[in-house]
Write a protein that binds this ligand. Structure first.
Ligand code: NDP
Length: 243
């Protein structure tokens, strides 16, 4: 079976590292992005230069029609989708709870929870027995992220619940659903959150005394998707340096 994976939000950061690794492992890879077309296309060119199979597809995961088109285009160009990584995410600036606007709360919930729901639902129409999904959550789901991003933490908590429930619903179809909960990872997302040096600042609080790399999260995602994790479903793996 040719493995075909959609990685949502793969124009940079953890998604890009995951797309690159999965292509090296022989997957046909759809690099989904929302707005950074140049970065997505550069990643596709890099994968192809290394002999891998990849395509880029713009789609906003919060839009049902976009998600349907994402899966159709991928199936047409690479073959039926066998694996999915729900990685697309956004982070706004650190704000105590009462400062979080309705518009922000709604966008954060839509991107993480609605996006994950729409992509999982669409994937289940294509995923074969042996297929797998990994949802990218966050350590914030455990802490609640008070005074910073309660909206983001709540969205990731909802994703974890979706991961566990869906894993049980589709287990008898031979489809596995798992999650990863990264801690502080060196990506551009923290600049969007208003503090580019956040990971370095918080490193002393991490038992391993450093932030993680996108590649370290990608390794865990690739393992959970692989047959090496064939008896693992409904699990959410912490990748947080012990924090
Ligand atoms: P980045 O900000 O580097 O990348 C986010 C990606 O998501 C981009 O490719 C962006 O696309 C895409 N994206 C955002 N909104 C949408 C949308 N509506 N539809 C499709 N794509 C979208 O983030 P990271 O790599 O740091 O994070 C990746 C995931 O890991 C996120 O879910 C995040 O919450 C999670 N995470 C990150 C941690 C960290 O410390 N970095 C810690 C814990 C979890 P484009 O650029 O084209 O807009």
């Amino acid at each position: 079976m040719q493995k075909v994976v959609i990685v949502t939000g793969a124009s940079r950061g953890i998604g890009a590292a995951t797309a690159l690794l999965l292509a090296k492992e022989g997957y046909g890879v759809c690099v989904n992005y929302r707005q950074r077309q140049d970065q997505a296309q550069a990643l596709v060119a890099q994968i192809q230069a290394q002999g891998g199979q990849a395509m880029a597809c713009q789609a906003d995961v919060t839009q049902e029609a976009d998600v349907a088109r994402l899966f159709e285009c991928t199936a047409r160009q690479l073959g039926p989708v066998t694996h999915l990584v729900n990685n697309a995410g956004i982070l706004f600036t650190q704000t105590p709870f009462e400062g979080i606007s309705l518009a922000r709360f709604s966008q954060v919930l839509s991107t993480h929870v609605l996006g994950c729901f729409l992509c999982c639902r669409q994937a289940l129409g294509q995923l074969p027995r042996g297929g797998a999904i990994v949802n990218v959550s966050s350590a914030a789901a455990r802490t609640g992220a008070p005074f910073e991003y309660i909206d983001y933490a709540a969205a990731k908590g909802a994703m974890d619940s979706l991961t566990k429930g869906l894993a049980l619903e589709v287990a008898e179809r031979g489809i596995r659903v798992n999650g990863v909960r990264p801690g502080f990872i060196h990506t551009q997302m923290h600049a969007d959150g208003g503090e580019p040096d956040r990971v370095a600042r918080l490193s002393p609080q991490i038992p391993l005394k450093r932030g993680g790399s996108p590649e370290e999260v990608a390794n865990a995602i690739a393992w959970l998707l692989s047959d090496q994790a064939s008896f693992v479903t409904g699990s959410i793996l912490d990748i947080a340096g012990g924090k």
